[in-house]
Design a protein around this ligand. Structure first.
Ligand code: 8X3
Length: 252
């Protein structure tokens, strides 16, 4: 059944891959992001009947609150919200981290997700149908050096997802948290390292990472399951990655 699916961070990476896959699956997509020109290109690629570009910064609380009424006629009943917009900034130790970078991660990965959810959930509950899909991360489960606020923000996303499900019990609204590990083919590492392409590429050297299309396949799967099936969490990694040993500092 065709659904209306709103994706945040749809201008590139996961979000654009989700848009392509979900339109191919027969759905209509509201593609939101800050970079309106990229959304227009996506509309030109996928067709105006299937993809509505909508410029939105998830850290703009007023714009997010106004979103349901700001959507054009015929696109207001959002069946599925995919909270995909998010970022990691830096990989240096916590005591040297840029506090502004921490604030930016919290504003997008935490506040953006909760504001978007609060804006669109009432319509889903009123219609007694819907699905919130959040992008957590293995970084929210397994710590690593330099992961500090990024990992903590993703742990928030995972627990927020589970708590949402608790509130929504008795409604037809589903909640899924997807927790990918190493994923290549997106801007994620370039953003993390401030545009340093060599450092970003080094993250994937000698690996076969997951791709945005692999995550899109999972989104397609959880959405396509019968209405009585709720996938709470999906933790996924490339075969070349593992949640490995705890760190031990040994004396020289
Ligand atoms: C991204 C996972 O390990 O690259 O969400 O930070 S990691």
């Amino acid at each position: 059944m065709s659904q209306t699916i709103l994706i945040t961070g749809a201008s590139a990476g996961f979000g654009a891959a989700f848009a392509r896959r979900l339109v191919a699956d027969g759905h209509r997509v509201i593609a939101t992001a800050r970079r309106a020109d990229r959304l227009t290109a996506l509309r030109d690629e996928l067709g105006a009947a299937k993809l509505l570009p909508f410029a939105l910064d998830v850290t703009d609380a007023a714009a997010v609150a106004a979103l349901p009424d700001a959507l054009p006629e015929g696109w207001r009943e959002v069946d599925v919200l995919i909270n995909n917009a998010g970022l990691a900034l830096g990989l240096n130790p916590a005591w040297t981290a840029d506090i502004a970078a921490w604030d930016t991660m919290v504003a997008t990965n935490v506040t953006g997700v909760i504001h978007m959810t609060r804006a669109l959930l009432p319509g889903m509950v009123a219609r007694n149908t819907g699905h919130v899909i959040n992008l957590g991360s293995t970084a929210g489960i397994y710590p690593y050096p330099g992961g500090h606020i990024y990992g903590a923000s993703k742990a928030f996303v995972t627990q927020f997802s589970l708590n949402l499900k608790a509130d929504l019990l008795g409604t037809g609204v589903r909640v899924t948290d997807i927790e990918p590990g190493l994923v290549g083919g997106s801007e994620f590492s370039q953003v993390r390292f401030g545009g340093d392409a060599d450092r970003a590429a080094a993250m994937y050297a000698g690996t076969t990472p997951l791709t945005p299309e692999d995550i899109a396949e999972t989104v397609s799967w959880v959405l396509g399951l019968p209405a009585h099936v709720n996938i709470n969490k999906v933790e996924m990694m490339p075969t070349c990655q593992a949640p490995a040993a705890l760190a031990v500092k040994r004396q020289a």
